[in-house]
Structures are given as structure tokens and as C-alpha cells.
Design a binder for this molecule. Structure first.
Ligand code: SAM
Length: 263
């Protein structure tokens, strides 16, 4: 068997279907309230901005923009930013954040990855930051590439676990990881695109909790309420390694996949 026998687009779709359904518009609408502020000063955003090249660019399309972490950070560098998202509440907060920071160059577009993008503007830069949990990655990559004049940046969680697998096991919530950048690189290769690959490490959502009570409350909020046996096992995981507990287990590691349109 050679690599040419592998249909990575199909493999991704099958893996995604086995890993569960992506969050819905309603799920993200509900989350929007908690995300309210962008994280322009956070480790992840600073690192991503440091890897982006704005030279000779006037416009940017931010796909799955959320409340505007990337759009707001890029606004001072460019003439026009389009924030595309399927969640109306995320887009309302993007608009509110842009207004409060005095930016008048950010334009929301209510759209899903899966919709028709024929009227989405072509921009110098296209970004999809932490927003590419889609059912069909080949279609998503075609869309990103078709809307970029110069450069594309995409970030994908390495390993596909949004919570340390050790915590999942302790809480008795074993699940399949989401498909990650390995598929993306291979699908791009089939499209004749040979991307750059880089990585960003940032804190996970359980990092820095004051004590076990705070920690287990947050685990419960992410995974659903724990029964007494699960809570006991989680406590054993927490007590076994205080430093690991403080960092909430493995940090998030994001693959930054990027390419130039001329390559
Ligand atoms: C984790 S947030 C990332 C927000 C921002 N890009 C960042 O890096 O902070 C994911 C965003 O993708 C959006 N999203 C998820 N699935 C989508 C879909 N199928 N179509 C359009 N947007 C989607 C969500 O509404 C949410 O705003």
C-alpha cells in the first residue's frame, strides 16, 4: 500500500463522524456570553499575531471569528476586516467590541462553513483560528484557499483533545479525540499546497485553579456533573502530581498551518 491509496478527505470525515457532532450554532450562541471579551493580549493570540505576515495586505477574512480575538488584533494593521461566523451572538459581541475599541473597519458576515460562500469577499489574508471543527475539512480548505489572495493561516489543536485524556479517564468520560492537523496537511498536499507548519503552546481551560473545589467545578462544567466515584478518582488524579494539577494537565498545543497563494 502507498500513501496514494489513502483518501484523507474521506478519512477526516469518517474520523469526525466517529468523534461526535461539532457544536451547533445554538451551542456557540450560548457560549458567546462567557467569551464576551476577545483575548488579544493572551499567549495564544500574541503568538499567532507574531506568526502572521501583513505585508502588502489591506484586507483579512476571519473565519469563525467569535467575539473578535484575531479581527480586533489585526484591525490596526489593515483597511478592512470581515468577521465570518454562524453565531449571531458572537457577531453581536464582535461588533460591540469593535465599537468600544474605536474600530470602524470590521464587518460581520453571518455565515456557516457549510453555507454557500459565493458572495464572501476575497481578501489578502484568510484566517481560521481555533474554529475549524467541521464535518468536511476538504470543503473547508477549498473555501479558505479560494477566498485568499495572498496568505492563509489555520490553527488546529494537536492531538484533538480539549481536555487532558488523564482527566477524561479519571472522570470516566473517555472519548475519541477530534481529527487534527495531520489530516489538514495531507488534504492540502492533495490540493497541490505544501504548507508551513508551526506550533503554539498555551494554557488550557483548567490551568491555575486555586484548589480542588475550583478545579472539579470547572471539570464538571466542561464534562457534565461528576458522581461521587468519579469525583474521588478525579481527586486522586489531582493529588498525584500538584504541578500537573496546577497546570490543569497537558497544555493546549496548536498547530499553525499556513501557506502563500503563489506557492
Ligand atoms: C473557539 S471559537 C474561536 C474564536 C476565534 N477565532 C478565536 O480564535 O478566539 C470558535 C468559533 O467558530 C464558530 N463556528 C463554529 N462552527 C462554525 C460553523 N460551522 N460555521 C461558522 N462558524 C462556526 C463559533 O461560533 C465560534 O465563534
Amino acid at each position: 500500500m502507498t500513501v496514494f491509496a489513502i483518501d484523507f478527505a474521506r478519512l477526516y470525515r469518517d474520523h469526525m463522524a466517529a468523534a461526535g457532532k461539532p457544536k451547533t450554532r445554538e451551542d456557540w450562541d450560548e457560549r458567546a456570553g462567557k467569551m464576551k471579551q476577545g483575548q488579544e493580549k493572551g499567549i495564544y493570540t500574541t503568538a499567532l499575531m507574531g506568526r502572521m505576515d501583513f505585508s502588502d495586505c489591506d484586507s483579512l477574512l476571519d473565519v469563525g471569528c467569535g467575539v473578535g480575538t484575531v479581527a480586533l488584533s489585526a484591525a490596526p494593521h489593515l483597511d478592512r476586516i470581515y468577521g465570518l461566523d454562524f453565531s449571531p451572538r458572537m457577531l453581536a459581541l464582535l461588533t460591540e467590541n469593535a465599537r468600544s475599541k474605536g474600530y470602524s473597519n470590521i464587518y460581520p458576515i453571518t455565515r456557516a462553513w457549510e453555507d454557500d460562500w459565493s458572495d464572501v469577499p476575497v481578501c489578502d489574508i484568510v484566517v481560521a483560528s481555533r474554529s475549524s471543527v467541521v464535518t468536511d475539512m476538504a470543503d473547508a480548505l477549498e473555501k479558505l484557499n479560494s477566498k485568499a489572495r495572498r496568505r492563509v493561516y489555520l490553527t488546529s489543536l494537536v492531538g484533538g483533545y480539549f481536555i487532558d485524556p488523564g482527566i477524561l479517564a479519571a472522570a470516566n468520560r473517555q472519548r475519541m479525540p477530534l481529527p487534527d492537523y495531520l489530516y489538514i496537511v495531507n488534504i492540502l498536499y492533495r490540493m497541490g499546497i505544501h504548507p508551513r507548519l508551526d506550533y503554539i503552546e498555551s494554557e488550557n481551560r483548567l490551568a491555575g485553579k486555586k484548589d480542588f473545589t475550583q478545579f472539579s467545578r470547572k471539570v464538571g462544567a466542561i464534562l457534565g456533573e461528576l458522581n461521587p466515584q468519579e469525583a474521588e478518582r478525579l481527586k486522586a488524579w489531582y493529588d498525584a502530581d500538584p504541578e500537573r494539577a496546577r497546570s490543569g494537565g497537558d497544555p493546549f498545543r496548536w498547530a499553525v498551518v499556513s501557506w502563500e497563494k503563489s506557492i
